[in-house]
Every structure is written in C-alpha cells, then in structure tokens.
Write a protein that binds this ligand. Structure first.
Ligand code: IVH
Length: 677
C-alpha cells in the first residue's frame, strides 16, 4: 500500500471515529474516551489535512468555523411553515384543551401525549441533503428564515453528517430532510459569558435566550464558535418516504441519527400523568442547567396530527403549558454595597420582598456602577426583577411610568463602606475596588471562599460561623482555621459537643485535600477551579507553582498573560509567602494526590502497541502504566491503533505502523506527553 493510500484510510477512520465520539459525547452524554484522547485523534486529523488539503470536505470535523464574515444573512425559506404553539397557563385551561381535542377526535379516550420541556431558546431548522448538513435557518416570520448555516456549523453537538449513524442503525435516509429544534445556552455558560463581557466592558445579555440569539445571529462565525451554544431537536419535517407513526419514533430516529434529544421527554397516558409531568418539570426548573419556560405536550400518534390539522398559527395537536413567570415588579428601597474578597464593590438592590415563581426575593445584584447608570435605576423606583435558576436575581429594568419625583440617583461611594479606604476604579475595569488588603470585609470573604464547597469544602464552616469567629478575632488568616480549638467553638452560641466535634473533624479531613482545592482556596485573581486543576496537574506541588517562571506558567492550559501575572504577584508578596509556610507547617497537603489522578485517565480510549526495548521500563511495567492511565495495550498494529510506542531496535510493527500512517512516538515523547514520572 502506498503511503498516500494508508494516510487516506487513516483519514477516513479518524473522521468517522471523531464523529462517533462527538455523538457519544453530545447526543448521548456517554463519552467513551477522555478529552485528552479525543484531542489526540483530532490533532492527527488536522495533521493529515495539513499534508493533504485537497482531501478536506465540508463534513470534516475540522471544518466547523468559516474563515470570513458575512455582510448580511440571506433569506432561506421553510418548505413547511414553522408554526408557533398555543399557550395555556393553568390546569383549567389545560382541561379545556383536552376536552376540545377529544371532541375533535370524536373518541371517548384521550390519546397519549409526549411531554417535552419547553426550552427557552430560539428555534432552528436544519436541512440535510444526502445526509450532509446543507443549510440552517432561524424561524424568521415562519415562512422565511435567515440563513445561519455558517454559525450552526460551529455548534459541536450538531452533526455535520448523519450518514454513518444512519448506516449503523439501518435507517434509510431520504435524499433530503429537515429537522427542527431549539438552540440554547446553558445558565452556567450564560453567567460566565456575561462575567467576561462585564470585564471587557461589553454590554451584558439580559438572559440566556438573548445570549443564544445574539450569538447565533453573528455575521462572523468565528465569534459564534467561541460562544457556548447547545441544541436539542424535537421534530422532523419533509422526510418522505420515511414514515413515522408516533412522535416517539421521530424522537428515537433523531437520537439514532446523532441529534441531541432532551432526556427529560416522557410518554404520558392520562390527565393525571400530564399534571404530574408539569409539576415535576416545574420543580426541576430551578436546578435545570438550561432555561425552560413550560412544557410542550404533543399527541403521540401522528395520524391524529392529520385529523386535527393546524390553525394559521399553531398545530392543534400540540400545546404549550407555561410555567408561572419568573419576573415581578417591586420597590427598590435602597442600594447597599458588598465588598468581595478581591476588593470589588458590588451594588446590591434592597427590595420590598416579592415572590417570584415560588421564591421570596429581597435582594438583587446590580452588577456595577455603569449598569446602574445605563439602566437609569434610582432609589425609590419600581423595578422589574428577573430570576433564573441558580443565577442571582437581577434587575431587568425600571417601570418608568411609576417613577416618583422623590426617586433618588445613586452615587457610588468614594470610600470602602467597611474600612473607609479610598476606592479606585482602574481605567480598563468596570468595577470599583477597595485596595486595602487588610480590609475586614475582604478578609472575611476570603475565609468564606477558602472554606466553601468549591474550594476546601469544609463542612459546617459556613458564612455565619465564620462571621462570629472573625468578630471575636479567632480567625484572621485562613491558617487560623486549622488552629481552632474545641473550647473556642464551644463558646460560640448554639455550638454543642456534637457540632464542635463534627466541625473539627471536617477541618482535619480537609488537610488531606488535593492541591487544587488549596490553590483555589487562596483566592488568587483569575485562578478558579479549572485553572487550579490545570496548575496542580501540571506542576504537582505548591512549591513548583510558586517557583514557576512566567514562561512555564504560560505553557499550562487555561493560563494567559493576566493570570500568569496575577500568580507571580501573589507569590511575590511576603505576606502570602508567610501564609503558605504556615499552611505547610500545619500539615496541609500541598501536593497533587490521588483524587485528581483517579479521574485523570488521559490515555482512556487509546489503543497502544509497544515495539522495541524501552529504556526506563520493562514491557510489563509500561503496560501497567498505560492501563493505569486508562489505555489498552494490544500486540498488533491495525488501523484502530492510536499510536505505536517505539523503544530501541523496534521490530516489524514499526514498519507496519509507518505504512499505515499510524503515529509513532518515542519513549521520551510518551513520558513527556502523559507526564509520567
Ligand atoms: S414544537 C409546530 N417543542 O416554542 C410545533 N417547540 O412557542 C412547534 N419550543 O417556536 C414547535 N421547546 O421555538 C416545540 N419541545 C418543544 C419546544 C418548542 C421550545 C419553542 C419553539 C417554538 C416556540 C413556540
């Protein structure tokens, strides 16, 4: 076989493997291999494409982002109109709907329904021709949408081709078909995006739906590619001659083809089940990682769809049962200032308590000075409050029709409200800060952060206890936490033997935490959970991180200039150096330990062939290491081999790998790549 033939086979294998892993990851949430192993496959694909640009087709996993911006979106018509849904808001209206369709169907039994979450995103139609994603359009006016194909291609969970999945599942695809669904942004991704926008002084998105819409309607797909969009699909149109008897089978087919289908979808048989589905989803709304604003009920049997037909706006065979709105209006009584551990002053709206979707809200974040100005929020105003899941409630705007002449503009304080040090606002920042590192508010917040679930996870050491201990001068630095005594705790109001023992035990336990938790707990600016894990993995000990030069820091994943500088500044400060010595003396673990390495299986999913003599390990030892890191060792080279690990005097496996275009790496490269020590 010529080299090109071998590379071509490898290329096809990699493309199809990567697609398979994309589907497993995005559509089924069941990855078979680690991110590292995936990256390895991906980079091999990129490498082959660099050598053979003439092979690249639009459905290659590397071809998601286009290199140029559009001037405007072109119109793209829908073959079947994209209808809306009729809404009901309570059980009574729901029952009326059920009575109506029962009458229209002329039966005495109610048909079964498919219950789906109503996602609060924006609807999208995808067009597949010969199994390949050929177009995508927004809803537009329902008849003609905007062509956002370039942008849709950047969403990794949307398959660029479905032919292989169809073959695997024995589905005969029509020459062309369309699928519909909803593009969404996860609440967590939305908050993160807004935090970044806030930092960069860009206008904030009001909610995840606006953020998703704004991201999808970018003329430059390179920007969309950086936005964390997801999607769920629920509908197929123009799929003749495929025939579907039920919505259930449409959903099953979508899923088999590799489209993400919402796992919360259920088949419901009776009014009681409909009501309890609504109830369950409403209760889950808060915890749900994305926004839903109701449920959609669709008659399962598609023959009924024909019988019932559509109105001009909506199908009669489906209905949206909306949740209670998560917005309310209330009076803004005053604005207080909270000082965070990095010294940032956050304005907090103190509100007349109001119930929003079952939760009592009396405070809301106002983000920063500019936000108050921009929205022209004044004390005494009636404001709109919005609440979305785990996101802190925020003020969406002012009801200006209710503004009184007594309303007062808010002036940001020139001094820290806690330590009275003059505040500063750096020219490139949206925040006002207290720069006194001994500010009591900052210290207390640092203690709280250190003990929090995301950092050291010290159970029982919450905000209130920290506040009491801090006021009594028993906690000044985070190291003091480990010097707390039973007598000190017992003297606190409400503390008994049991709670004291429990707290001391969880403090003791936290001493053995993995390095990243301590690092995150220090609260260094820009060093959150993800960065802390990267640093811990890369350097292995606090000392190594402390001693790392700028260049070394920059070579760690997730670390850019700003974070590197912030780390350097932190470790140069003698106060912090003393704190770290203190932590080491107390016996806090400052090394990478097993918790990270347990889920750190960078070779999982990889199939490795060893050839030749290794200098540091015997074959058995090397095999053991590979297996520990999640990989598998096989004795012969095939197109399934991920790479060949070659020692001295390699044998015929080396030549075979070379012919097949399988990567060959030396022992040293292997040790370095997987940080084997
Ligand atoms: S079915 C003809 N299912 O809600 C059927 N729509 O208010 C119409 N939506 O434009 C769509 N989740 O953007 C359907 N599970 C779901 C949905 C859903 C959200 C959106 C969709 C539609 C709007 C109508």
């Amino acid at each position: 076989m010529s080299n090109d033939n071998a590379a071509w086979d490898r290329y096809q294998y990699l493309k199809s493997e990567i697609r398979r892993h994309d589907t497993l990851y995005y559509a089924f949430d069941q990855p078979e291999i680690s991110d590292e192993a995936y990256d390895l496959l991906y980079h091999q694909l990129v490498k082959i494409e660099q050598d053979h640009p003439e092979w690249i087709t639009k459905d290659s996993p590397t071809q998601r982002v286009s290199g140029s911006a559009l001037e405007k979106f072109s119109p793209l018509p829908h073959l079947t109109p994209m209808l809306s849904l009729e809404n009901v808001f309570n059980w009574e209206e729901m029952q009326n709907y059920l009575d109506r369709i029962q009458k229209q169907l002329g039966s005495n039994a109610l048909p079964a329904f498919i219950g789906e979450p109503k996602l609060d995103g924006l609807s999208i139609e995808l067009i597949y021709v010969n199994g390949i994603l050929a177009g995508a359009s927004t809803r537009g006016d329902g008849l003609i949408g905007e062509d956002v194909t370039q942008n849709i291609r950047t969403i990794k969970s949307i398959p660029l081709t479905v032919q292989e999945s169809a073959n695997r599942n024995h589905i005969t695809l029509p020459a062309s078909f369309r699928v519909r669904g909803e593009v969404i942004m996860l609440k967590r991704d939305f908050s993160q995006l807004n935090r970044e926008r806030d930092k960069n002084k860009e206008p904030l998105f009001a909610n995840p739906r606006n953020a998703a819409a704004g991201s999808l309607r970018q003329l430059d797909s390179r920007i969309t590619a950086q936005r964390p969009l997801s999607a769920y699909f629920y509908f197929m149109v123009n799929y003749e001659p495929l025939a579907f008897d039920t919505q259930e089978s449409i959903l099953r087919t979508l899923s088999l083809l590799g489209f993400p289908v919402n796992p919360l979808i259920r088949l419901l048989h009776s009014p009681t089940e409909l009501a309890s589905y609504y109830q369950t989803m409403q209760e889950y709304r808060e915890a749900c990682p994305y926004e839903m604003d109701g449920i959609v009920l669709k008659i399962n049997d598609t023959h009924h769809w024909q019988t019932l037909g559509n109105t001009s706006k909506a199908p009669r065979w489906a209905i949206a049962w909306k949740f209670k709105a998560n917005v309310a209006t209330t009076l803004l009584r005053s604005i207080s200032i909270q000082v965070g551990r990095t010294g940032i002053l956050t304005p907090i709206a103190e509100l007349d308590p109001v119930n929003i979707g079952g939760v009592r809200v009396s405070r809301a974040s106002l983000h920063n000075e500019d936000e108050i100005m921009k929205k022209d929020i004044r004390i005494g105003d009636t404001v709109f409050i919005q609440r979305a899941g785990d996101v802190i409630p925020y003020i969406n705007g002012v009801d200006k029709t209710k503004r009184l002449s007594t309303s007062e503009s808010f002036h940001f304080p020139a001094v820290c409200p806690v330590c009275h040090t003059k505040t500063v606002r750096l020219p490139d920042e949206a925040f006002v800060r207290c720069i006194n590192s001994n500010c009591p508010a900052r210290i207390e917040e640092s203690l709280r952060h250190f003990a929090s679930k995301q950092a050291m996870d010290i159970e029982g050491l919450g905000e209130k206890i920290i506040h009491k201990l801090f006021l009594q001068n028993k906690l000044q630095t985070i190291a003091d936490i480990f010097r707390l005594t039973a007598a000190q705790l017992l003297s606190l109001e409400g503390f008994q033997q049991q709670s004291t023992d429990n707290l001391l035990r969880s403090i003791e336990k936290s001493k053995h935490n993995d390095l990243w938790r301590v690092l995150h707990g220090l609260g260094i600016e820009g060093v959150g959970e993800v960065t802390s894990k990267s640093l811990a993995k890369y350097f292995g000990s606090m000392q190594a991180i402390q001693e790392a030069k700028r260049d070394e820091l920059l070579s760690v994943p997730n670390i850019g200039d700003k974070t590197a500088q912030s780390l350097i500044d932190y470790f140069e400060n003698p106060v912090n150096q003393a704190l770290l010595r203190d932590l080491a003396d107390i016996g806090i673990n400052l090394f990478l330990n097993n918790t990270l390495s347990q889920d750190f299986r960078p070779m999982s999913g990889l199939q490795i062939v060893i050839t030749g003599t290794l200098s540091c390990f015997s074959r058995d030892e090397a095999t053991e290491i590979i297996e520990k890191l999640g990989g598998r060792v096989s004795s012969s080279v095939s197109s399934m081999t991920s790479f060949v690990l070659a020692g001295e005097n390699p044998g015929s496996k080396y030549t075979k790998a070379k012919n097949l275009g399988i990567p060959i790496i030396t022992e040293n490269e292997w040790l370095k790549r997987y940080q084997i020590k």
